[in-house]
Design a protein around this ligand. Structure first.
Ligand SMILES: N[C@@H](CCC(=O)N[C@@H](CS)C(=O)NCC(=O)O)C(=O)O
Length: 205
């Protein structure tokens, strides 16, 4: 399988999930500004939506939308526990988290990265993110991960979103459980591998 990604973007979530599952994906780096794949291909031809992530199966079928991709990957190895079994209430709870993260958190960050966003809007977006963080911080009290002791696809996504706080000037220290979660997930060996592969951290010497 191939994963089209941009370093540090939301595509890092399926990248982490693939590594946690031990699924080998060929990484295809996309220049998101120029909409070019590293091999020179026109990214618009890969995904008409013009954004990462895209998972390309060995039969050429393509899947877009991070929350769908991570579930597809996890279902290749159900024994991993990265997503609870389809049809169970626990699975719907993971979908509840994925949907919340994508629509209420991820998409509040997006304007903070766009050069044409009016400066006056940025504090409003940050305040909205802060309200969502208040809730997630409470959820994480006394837990290692969003749903307890088991690392899931929702945790991979949350980790990536928290990584955007630094570049957008949001201080995670306000949310101690979130800050601890960010450290905890960041220390997972497969997460480190993914960060290194995307050139976001250097390999330890
Ligand atoms: N709804 C999509 C959103 C994906 C998305 O926002 N991708 C961003 C990176 S985090 C992107 O590639 N943006 C490029 C652009 O919009 O031009 C998903 O959840 O996968």
């Amino acid at each position: 399988m191939k994963l089209y990604y941009a370093p540090g973007a939301c595509s890092l979530s399926p990248h982490i999930v693939a590594r946690e599952l031990g699924i080998n994906v060929e990484l295809k780096k996309v220049n998101n500004k120029e909409k070019k794949v590293e091999d020179g291909a026109d990214f618009w031809q890969v995904n008409g939506k013009g954004y990462v992530p895209v998972l390309e199966l060995d039969n050429g079928q393509r899947l877009t939308e991070g929350p769908a991709i991570v579930q597809y990957l996890a279902d290749q190895k159900p024994e991993s526990g990265l997503a609870p079994k389809n049809g169970t209430f626990e699975r719907y709870q993971i979908q509840e988290w994925l949907n919340f993260l994508t629509s209420e958190v991820h998409k509040q960050f997006s304007p903070l990265f766009r050069p044409n966003t009016p400066e006056e809007y940025k504090p409003i977006a940050k305040e909205n993110i802060g309200k969502r963080f208040d809730l997630i911080d409470k959820q994480l009290a006394g837990k290692d991960y969003l749903t307890g002791k088991q690392f899931t696809v929702a945790d991979a996504y949350l980790f990536v979103l928290l990584g955007w706080t630094g570049p957008t000037g949001i201080d995670l220290a306000r949310w101690p459980n979130l800050a601890a979660f960010h450290k905890r997930v960041g220390a997972r060996p497969k997460v480190q591998e993914a960060l290194q592969a995307e050139g976001l951290v250097k390999k330890a010497a």
